[in-house]
Design a protein around this ligand. Structure first.
Ligand code: AMP
Ligand code: ZN
Ligand code: FE
Ligand code: FE
Length: 275
């Protein structure tokens, strides 16, 4: 069984609609996938319907944006009820925090002599995460910057004068929301040095870590897997595909790599009885 348990659709920042993601997975020979859009499960229903038609196993998923101390952290949720209120409440909290941040960024810009207003910053339909790209677009629209790139270089980039880090709800809230929705939480794309925090997050109820990814050398994956075992965390794997090239399916894990996770999700490794 070939699996990819981390990918995005147009419901967050991917370039393919949820049903097109599933068709791409089927064409590429993937047997099971999880659609893990940022802070929303809006694409799951359409993906599920398409998956039924083309024989791909769809594991429900999402990727919640949260904070762990000063660190931004992404937590994947698997096997959850996509319509559970806990997820909607989490997303509402996240949106409120991100909207507050837009206010702080705008105030910084004003202090720097750029008279942008918070009301100028608008989101495309369906987008749930107001952020710097929307501020940059508003600056271009109002004529305060020539291009998005210039807005980032002069004001919004990580070391620029109006930079304000994004704050999500605390990681414990993300883990609780996923648990309440019946799912398993997995730390998305942890760095090697994040292994130090595995015991702390395991105590909060984290279920696993994403140790297997296309860009991670095998020796790093092994170190992460070892640290995961010590904290009784299961291992997941995913490409974090957002559309484009390399295509979906050019990288995958097998059921043997993620057997403990599949077991916790109640998934038959022969693929006979997947819910
Ligand atoms: P945020 O989550 O609000 O901090 O925004 C992060 C997003 O801003 C990234 O996903 C990029 O799309 C965009 N971004 C970050 N830095 C730059 C940059 N220097 N130039 C253009 N876009 C950027
Ligand atoms: Zn993304
Ligand atoms: Fe992520
Ligand atoms: Fe992702």
């Amino acid at each position: 069984m070939h699996l990819d348990l981390h990918m995005h659709s147009t419901c967050s920042d991917g370039s393919q609609a949820p049903d097109a993601v599933v068709r791409a997975a089927a064409r590429a020979g993937l047997h099971a996938i999880a659609l893990t859009d940022h802070d929303t499960t809006a694409g799951v229903a359409l993906a599920r319907e398409e998956a039924r038609g083309c024989g791909v196993r769809l594991i429900t998923g999402c990727e919640l944006t949260c904070s762990f101390g000063e660190q931004e952290l992404h937590v994947l949720g698997y096997g959850l009820d996509p319509d559970h209120a806990a997820l909607g409440l989490f997303t509402a909290r996240m949106m409120a925090l991100r909207q507050d941040r837009i206010g702080v960024i705008v105030a910084r810009l004003n202090a720097l002599g750029v008279p942008l207003e918070e009301a100028d910053v608008v989101l495309p339909p369906g987008n749930v995460a107001p952020g710097r790209p929307h501020v940059a677009a508003a600056m271009v629209r109002r004529g305060f910057s020539r291009t998005i790139q210039e807005a980032f270089a002069r004001f919004l980039g990580d070391r620029a004068a109006a930079y304000v880090p994004a704050r999500g709800p605390d990681v414990s809230e993300a883990i609780a929301a996923i648990r309440d929705a019946g799912g398993i939480s997995v730390w998305a794309h942890p760095a090697l040095e994040d292994a130090r925090a595995f015991p702390t997050l395991a105590d909060m109820g984290l279920g696993g870590i994403e140790a297997l990814r296309p860009s991670v050398p095998p020796v790093h994956s092994s170190a992460l897997e070892h640290a995961a075992r010590e904290s009784r965390l299961v291992v997941s794997g995913g490409s974090d595909w957002h559309g484009g090239l390399p295509g979906l399916g050019s990288w995958y894990v097998t059921d043997r790599h993620v057997s403990a996770l599949l077991e916790r999700l109640g998934i038959d490794r022969e693929g006979k009885d997947i819910r």
